[in-house]
Design a protein around this ligand. Structure first.
Ligand code: GLY
Length: 307
């Protein structure tokens, strides 16, 4: 066993790390600490692409995706296109703990949540309603995605040297087509944990992460002996080699985090702007990221240049 290490994504990952750290210091298990950290972001109404207050789909309904995976047993539970639960990570964990299934989607996921006692709650905040109303008023295409800030995921991964866990939760791409499922609930894409090696998780444009089966690819490179930073750099590099023209043109951000079972951390992103908060032995800091692989396209940032 080692002193537990927790890694998360984006600025709200500081909240996740802080809450997970508090839970660990209070004697909770690694799994409970990682769930607590994830829930703290899910319930934060200012986290506009996760849980409560997440941006809705094109029809104005918030649909969330989440996954919870234990690396010691390869047990995993996930939900996709789940409606009306502010803490989807808890439902994902229940899928693993209460069923023999791995992934429940849509209406079936909702009915499972009902059976497990999760109330059907309002998911909207004034901000998420207003953002959807503005998107509708602008007459934007339901089939075109352009708001790169609207697909950020909270990932919380960790190890104590024996167990490795990956938790991932998001409301997905803002204004997505109803029923669209991103990478977050897909094992190996949005997250993966194998306690013989470590854990990894992804944030960014889910379609690109799915194509690369990115989290599994990172874990497999670590298994082959690569440092977590190098494993992530290799996976992102391969994405650029195969899809660089599309990634550049659309400014499709993808970022990955990883932790080896001995607590060594890695992170990296295609474009600038990503941060990876870390909790270790009562301390909180951000992992020093390697330079991004792609440069921002300023034309993309100009609203007039958008679709
Ligand atoms: N990575 C989150 C999503 O694309 O849904």
């Amino acid at each position: 066993m080692i002193e537990p290490v927790i890694v998360s994504t984006w600025a709200w990952g500081h909240t996740a790390c802080r809450r997970a750290g508090e839970a660990l210091r209070g004697g909770r298990s690694l799994a409970d600490a990682i769930e607590a950290g994830t829930v703290a972001v899910e319930l934060d109404p200012t986290a506009t692409t996760v849980g409560y207050g997440g941006l809705p789909n094109a029809e104005g309904v918030v649909e969330t995706d989440a996954m919870f995976m234990w690396g010691s047993t390869l047990e995993v539970g996930a939900v996709a296109a789940l409606r009306g639960v502010r803490t989807p990570i808890r439902v994902a964990r229940r899928v693993a703990e209460r069923t023999h299934h791995v992934l429940l989607a849509g209406e079936g996921a909702r009915r499972f949540a009902d059976a497990e006692g999760f109330p059907d709650e309002g998911m909207h905040t004034a901000n998420s309603r207003a953002r959807h109303a503005r998107w509708v008023a602008e007459g934007r295409s339901r089939f075109v995605r352009r708001d790169h800030e609207d697909h950020d995921t909270v990932c919380v991964i960790g190890t104590d040297g024996a167990e490795c866990i990956a938790a991932v939760s998001t409301s997905g791409l803002g204004f997505k087509l109803p029923g669209r499922v991103g990478d977050s609930p897909l094992i190996g894409a949005g997250g993966y944990a194998d306690a013989e090696v470590g854990a990894a998780a992804a944030t960014g444009v889910g379609e690109e992460v799915i194509r690369a089966v990115a989290s599994f690819a990172v874990v497999e490179r670590m298994r082959a002996g690569m440092h977590p930073d190098a494993a992530i750099g290799s996976v992102l590099g391969e994405m650029v080699r195969r899809r660089g023209h599309v990634l550049r043109a659309r400014h499709d951000q993808v970022a990955l985090i990883a932790v080896r079972r001995d607590g060594v951390v890695g992170a990296g992103a295609l474009f600038e702007g990503f941060v990876a908060p870390v909790y270790r032995a009562g301390e909180q800091f951000e992992h020093a990221l390697p330079p991004p692989l792609l440069e921002s396209d300023r034309a993309w940032m100009d609203p007039a240049g958008r679709d």
